[in-house]
Ligand binder design. Structure first.
Ligand SMILES: [Zn+2]
Length: 254
């Protein structure tokens, strides 16, 4: 066996026969670090993408009290979303840093899936460790794991009228069994990829909208830091995608 010839399997192109996506993550900036380049390209093509955040990321900046941090990070998230053509950003108001996988989270995400009726659901790494250029072996955080797992489960919950029946009786949300894929960014075991070329510049601008967060995180020039991070990730995926910069996803069909 020749390892260089065998190499890792090529990533499949992401499905394109869909119109609506719902992206569900734990914190402001998760989508910008993960997959905003792909989202920019999808909205350019006339697709609708809605963001759903489980928290406002209020525990994310050491030097800013959560009460002051929540509105700041919410505003930065809305600005980031607007850069990549996403006008709707919703927050579930779970508490940052102590998210728990469980029925409350599954129910809240299932409700959003019923409201927005997406064919594609996007989330972030539910696995114990990170993939991506800088990931290698780093432990994932509890919030990401909880939201990722709850989102994968909620894609099914949303379609079953007997799971969380109160969503129909109390909120009038009919079951939606139309989710065809859940695509997870940042995993150690991607299966698919989307071309990052067309959206890469806007993904840089989008991540840079998290000004307060990045200023607290690094002394580097913000643009240099952001560009290096996003370029590194898209180049790593390129090695399995015909050499084209790409955003990698692990896709779970339904
Ligand atoms: Zn996060």
């Amino acid at each position: 066996m020749n390892e260089r010839l065998d190499g890792p399997a090529p990533l499949e192109p992401m499905p394109t026969d869909w119109q609506r996506a719902l992206a569900v993550v734990a914190h402001p900036d998760d989508l910008e670090y993960g997959c905003a380049a792909a989202i920019a390209d999808w909205t350019d093509g006339g697709r609708e993408v809605v963001y759903l955040l489980a928290t406002r990321g209020e525990a994310g900046i050491d030097t800013i009290d959560p009460a002051a941090c929540a509105p700041l990070r919410e505003a930065e998230q809305r600005a980031s979303a607007a850069v990549v053509g996403v006008p709707t950003v919703e927050f579930l108001d779970h508490r940052d840093g102590v998210l728990e996988y469980g029925l409350d989270l599954r129910r809240d995400i299932a409700a959003a899936i019923r409201r927005h009726r997406p064919e594609l659901v996007i989330t972030m790494n539910h696995r114990d460790t990170w993939g991506g250029a800088e990931g290698g072996g780093h432990w994932n955080t509890p919030d990401h794991k909880a939201v990722g797992r709850a989102t994968l489960d909620a894609a099914g919950d949303a379609g079953n009228r007997w799971i969380f029946p109160e969503l129909l009786t109390e909120q009038g949300l009919e079951p939606w069994d139309g989710v065809r894929w859940v695509a997870v960014s940042g995993t150690t075991t991607p299966t698919h990829a989307a071309d990052a070329g067309p959206g890469l510049e806007r993904s840089v601008t989008s991540l840079m909208e998290h000004k307060a967060y990045i200023a607290a995180l690094t002394d580097e020039d913000p643009e240099a830091y952001v560009r290096a991070f996003l370029t590194g990730n898209t180049q790593q995926a390129a090695a399995r995608f015909g050499g084209r910069p790409a955003v990698a996803f692990e896709v779970f069909p339904r």
